[in-house]
Design a protein around this ligand. Structure first.
Ligand code: SAM
Length: 309
């Protein structure tokens, strides 16, 4: 992270005395004052509803001993609520034009830091050490840019950051896939990946009328409580995720057919025997397997030597 990119704002900590940013009137005023124009390519849809902001912040279970990492503060509607609820707030914003606005809005909040950067390029481990060394726990709280929701969440999870909760507004269908249980059409490799690291909970569905400008999709707030250790024990995590991907490769195909493409046609018989040996019927589909069954399957495939690791 470049220090030039970081704005640590000086002033006093506490309940913000500034007018509420997340209202239609104030948002329009700020946009007009700074001549700001929305960039669709950056997923800029700003929240203008106090109840939704309350729901998001309440789900994050913050207090003055805790830190909040916000990705994409925009003009600061959520940041302002986080500044009231947490002891330390760090917000990462990619759009240079928003930095002076945020600097003005949070001029009196010493516990709010704004970093101008692309979250996908940032060294988050280093950022955590620099920003959150003196808090008792950190949660990510954000209204995420929808064009990069999955890469951002997978980066947060795969880097094993010391997070308590991730409370994010995302596209409704993506939230439903993350929280889906085995057996339904929404359950897939994203559900397995998220549930491997977290316990998901849908907080609320959100209509598109609470944003300026309104997105073309419905939204939802999801809370991911990060597990202390993954949901299942696997000897080779990368291999586990390869098996999961392969099992969902073509959703209408049976597990045996999808996995034959993974192990090679010559091993079809051995694969069937392996599945039966771990009590998984080869004609089942990937979408019916629990995380425990995927773990068993990846362990059995790993020790069978049928696939090159
Ligand atoms: N938090 C604000 C709110 O709720 O009103 C704005 C949310 S808006 C949906 C998403 C924000 O993420 C925008 O401000 C956008 O510029 C920012 N953004 C987009 N891509 C980003 C990235 N890769 N890294 C950091 N911020 C990003």
């Amino acid at each position: 992270m470049n220090n030039e990119n970081q704005t640590v704002l000086s002033g006093t900590q506490g309940k913000s005395a500034a007018p509420e940013v997340g209202t239609p009137k104030r948002t329009k005023e700020i946009i007009a004052k700074y001549g700001f124009s929305f960039k669709k390519s950056l997923g800029q849809n700003f929240l203008i509803d106090g109840n939704i902001l309350n729901n998001i912040v309440a789900a994050a279970e913050l207090d003055e001993t805790k830190g909040a990492l916000e990705i994409g503060p925009g003009i600061g509607a959520l940041t302002q609520r986080l500044a009231d609820a947490a002891g330390k707030v760090t917000a990462i914003e990619i759009d240079r034009r928003l930095i002076p606005i945020l600097r003005d809005v949070f001029a009196d909040e010493s516990h709010v830091s704004v970093i101008h950067d692309d979250v996908l390029k940032l060294d988050l481990k280093k950022l955590f050490e620099e920003q959150f060394s003196d808090v008792s726990g950190v949660s990510v709280v954000a209204n995420l840019p929808y064009y990069v929701t999955t890469p951002i969440l997978m980066k947060l999870l795969e880097e094993r950051l010391p997070l308590q909760h991730i409370v994010v507004m995302i596209q409704k269908e993506v939230a439903q896939r993350m929280a889906a249980k085995p057996g339904g059409k929404e359950y897939g490799s994203l559900s397995v990946a998220v549930q491997y690291y977290c316990v998901p909970q849908l907080v609320c569905m959100v209509p598109n009328t609470v944003f300026i400008p309104q997105p073309n999709v419905d939204s939802a707030v999801i809370k991911l409580s990060v597990r202390e250790k993954p949901a299942v024990d696997v000897p080779d995590e990368a291999f586990f995720f390869r098996v999961v991907q392969a099992s969902f490769a073509q959703r209408r195909k049976t597990l045996a057919n999808n996995l034959t493409a993974f192990v090679g046609k010559d091993h079809r018989e051995a694969l069937n025997a392996l599945l039966i040996g771990i009590n998984i019927d080869p004609i089942r589909r990937g979408e019916t397997l629990s995380l425990e069954e995927f773990a068993e399957l990846s362990k059995a495939l790993l020790s069978s030597g049928l696939v090159k690791v």
